[in-house]
Structure formats: structure tokens, C-alpha cells
Ligand binder design. Structure first.
Ligand code: PLP
Length: 409
């Protein structure tokens, strides 16, 4: 009872408390999966109706000019740039994180033509590893993907490494790299740093330029709340921009797409990383979604995220001794999620979701809970821990339907 009172007190004093109204949250649901699919910002429905019925339905092809669709990717990119500490003209929006990984890795490799190694973390999100491996195989000529664990990463950086593709925050455990320090190590050895910000952008302040990152990629549908399959983003440091020649040299990255010349000349700046026709419907969704960050101080988001994580860890550890914390307790070393390990993790999560507390499960045995300070309250995480305690104590998870794996986990 005392914890609940103090949680409510913290919510009353929360400088971000007003921002929850910017989201449309289903009644009775505690949503701890904003690290997988962000909650829906309140204005999306209206904006989508306007775009579909008016801009598309009435303007038809004229929308490219009349509704300025053609500049929508750049407008969205500017909003994301602010959240990741990048100058406006260094971020491009489009494609998926996977495709952007390919685009950025191939660009990075072309800046280190004498080197053959792409270095990554063996626990990286699989698509990053698959794309790096696929690119190395496509290039042949001795290119290879090499992996190391986070503990061994600094030792694995040597003069053969052209580029490292690292995800700042581990998607399973929430463990976080020191981006500036690891980038410095890479640069010392003459290698380039690509940071995957899927679990960083919108979750806490990111300082790409300050950390001297060479490149970055990240997705639009997690902490940025852009909607399922929202367009992703990429970053190219200003100094590299004139030198990267895109492997996916599509017409939207051409200097003059509507000149329709047969020869490819890349656009002068970040626009060269664009490939094909921008997806206006999903760009409109993420554009509206990013307005939820308007006027938001990301330092406050970070402080509240840590406060939510600390509270959730304390509540779950006290109530559910069978769950093993895998997220670092050290604020410096974690992102904005809390993960626990349990051999029955999948079934436990299904039972929890049935009780309207939504987190997710990551193989082999991780229960993940994302902390999204714009729409979560301290009282929510206490309530979630209470439900989790009941699921564990009453073994609510031990029913056949909770053991059957769905296609998407
Ligand atoms: C979610 C995630 C992705 C997703 O890539 P898509 O191409 O959008 O499916 C990539 N990398 C990391 C680290 C992720 O967490």
C-alpha cells in the first residue's frame, strides 16, 4: 500500500504527466511493449483520414506538389534528427532498418576499401547480423562478418576492421554500450562506427554528433511510435556525406530525379541515401506521431525512464523471487527496458497479456518490459508487478493455450 501511495505521489509530481494525453491508450491495459510497437499517438486517426480522403482522394497525383508529399521524408527526418543529436541535413527517412543497414554498411565499406571485416556483436538483433553476412557474401573478395560479445568487443577491434555495426541497447537484456567510448576505440584503429538506435531513438537523449558516430540506423515504430512497419531512418556524419556512393542508387537519391537522365549522379547531401518513391501514408503516420515529442525535454524522459525501471525492478524482485533480472542496475549501462529470465517465460508472458499487462517474450527465456515515460505512470508499473505476482503465485501461466507459440512473439 505504501508503495502505491508513493507511486501516485511521484506521478502527481511528474513533469511529464501531461504528455500521456497525447496518446490513445486502450482502457484497462498497461502497455509495457512500446519498445516493440509504440502506443498510438492521439492525432493519428485524424491525420490519416485527411491524407487518405483529401490529399490522396481529392488531389490524386497533384498531392506530390499541392500537399508537398515530396518533402515529407525530409520533414520527418528533421524531427528525428533533433531526437538523436544530429544536424538536420544528416538524417534520411525511408525503407526499413534492415534495408538501411545494407545501405549504410555498403557505404561504410566503400570508405575503407583496403579492409574486409564487418564487426558486430554476437548478441545483436539477428537482422543486423543477417544483413551484414549477406552483404559480405554478395561482395565476396574476402569480405566477412566477424562477431564478438560485448565483453570482448574492444579487444576485437583491430586494423582489419572496416566497420562495426553495433546496437546501442541490447534488445534482449537492455544492456547499453558507451557509444562515445566504443566509437573512440574504433576510430583509434581506423575503423568506422555504425550505431543501430532501434532501442535508443525516442527512449532517451542520443548524441550522435557529439559521440562522433560515423553512421546510424534506427526504426520508426518502437519508441518513436510511428505505427506498425513505419519507415526507418539513417544518419551519415556530415564529413562522410560527400564521399558515400550509394549501393542502392535509386532515382529518389539522384541529383535531379525528374530530369530522367540515364546516368546516375547522387544528390549533393543526405538525399542521396533515398532510394524509391516515399511511402506517403506511413510517412504521414510517423510525421504526426513525432509531434508527441514536441516540447519534450529528453533529459526528463531519461530521468523518468530510470525511475520507472528502478521501481519496476524493486517491485518485481520483491514479489516474484523466481524471476532473474538480466538488465543492469547501473543507470549508465542500460536503456529503457527491464528484462527478466525464466524458463517458462513465454507462457508467463501470455498469461500476463491475458490479464491486460502487455510486455513481450524474446527467445530463449526473456520477459521484456519497455518503459515509455511519455505515457507510463509509476502507478502502472506497480500495478503490472502486482499482476505479475499473481500470475506467478497462482501459476496462471500453466495452461495449454499459453504454451502454444503464436507466429509473432
Ligand atoms: C527492431 C529492430 C530491428 C528491426 O528491423 P526491421 O527492418 O524494421 O524489421 C533492427 N535492429 C534492431 C536492433 C531492432 O531492435
Amino acid at each position: 500500500m505504501r508503495d502505491e501511495t508513493s507511486a501516485h505521489e511521484r506521478d502527481r509530481q511528474d513533469p511529464l504527466r501531461e504528455f500521456r494525453a497525447r496518446f490513445r491508450l486502450p482502457e484497462g491495459v498497461i502497455y509495457l511493449d512500446g519498445n516493440s510497437l509504440g502506443a498510438m499517438p492521439a492525432g493519428i486517426g485524424e491525420r490519416m483520414r485527411e491524407v487518405v480522403e483529401h490529399e490522396w482522394g481529392d488531389h490524386l497525383v497533384r498531392g506530390w506538389n499541392d500537399a508537398n508529399w515530396i518533402d515529407l521524408p525530409a520533414r520527418v527526418a528533421a524531427k528525428i534528427a533533433r531526437l538523436v543529436g544530429a544536424p538536420e541535413n544528416t538524417v534520411a527517412v525511408g525503407d526499413s532498418t534492415s534495408v538501411n543497414a545494407f545501405k549504410i554498411l555498403s557505404a561504410a565499406l566503400s570508405l575503407r576499401p583496403e579492409r574486409r571485416v564487418i564487426l558486430s556483436d554476437s548478441n545483436n538483433f539477428p537482422t543486423d547480423l543477417y544483413i551484414a553476412d549477406g552483404l559480405a557474401r554478395l561482395l565476396g573478395q574476402g569480405y566477412e562478418l566477424r562477431t564478438a560479445t560485448a565483453d570482448d568487443m574492444h579487444d576485437a577491434i583491430d586494423e582489419t576492421v572496416a566497420v562495426a555495426l553495433l546496437t546501442e541497447v541490447d534488445y534482449r537484456t537492455g544492456w547499453r554500450y558507451d557509444m562515445a567510448e566504443t566509437t573512440r576505440r574504433l576510430h583509434e584503429r581506423g575503423a568506422l562506427a555504425v550505431w543501430d538506435l532501434c532501442h535508443s531513438a525516442g527512449a532517451f537523449p542520443v548524441h550522435l554528433e557529439e559521440a562522433k558516430a560515423d553512421f546510424a540506423i534506427g526504426c520508426g515504430y518502437k519508441y518513436l511510435n510511428g505505427g506498425p512497419g513505419a519507415p526507418a531512418f539513417l544518419y551519415v556524419a556530415q564529413a562522410h556525406l560527400p564521399h558515400v556512393r550509394p549501393a542502392l542508387s535509386g532515382w529518389m537519391g539522384h541529383q535531379a530525379p525528374f530530369a530522367f537522365t540515364p546516368d546516375y549522379t547522387p544528390a549533393g547531401g543526405i538525399a542521396r541515401m533515398m532510394v524509391g518513391t516515399p511511402p506517403i501514408l506511413s510517412l504521414s503516420s510517423i510525421d504526426a506521431a513525432l509531434d508527441a515529442f514536441e516540447g519534450v525535454d529528453m533529459q526528463l524522459v531519461r530521468a523518468k525512464s530510470q525511475s520507472l525501471c528502478d521501481l519496476f525492478i524493486a517491485e518485481v524482485e520483491r514479489r516474484c523471487p523466481g524471476l532473474e533480472l538480466v538488465t543492469p542496475r547501473d543507470h549508465q549501462r542500460r536503456g529503457s527496458q527491464v528484462s527478466f529470465r525464466h524458463p517458462e517465460g513465454y507462457a508467463i508472458m501470455q498469461a500476463l497479456i491475458r490479464e491486460n499487462v502487455i510486455g513481450d517474450f524474446r527467445a530463449p527465456d526473456i520477459l521484456r518490459f519497455g518503459m515509455t515515460p511519455l505515457y507510463l505512470r509509476h502507478a502502472d508499473v506497480v500495478d503490472a508487478a502486482t499482476v505479475l505476482e499473481r500470475v506467478m503465485r497462482e501459476k496462471l501461466w500453466d495452461r495449454p493455450e499459453f504454451h502454444r507459440r503464436a507466429k509473432v512473439t
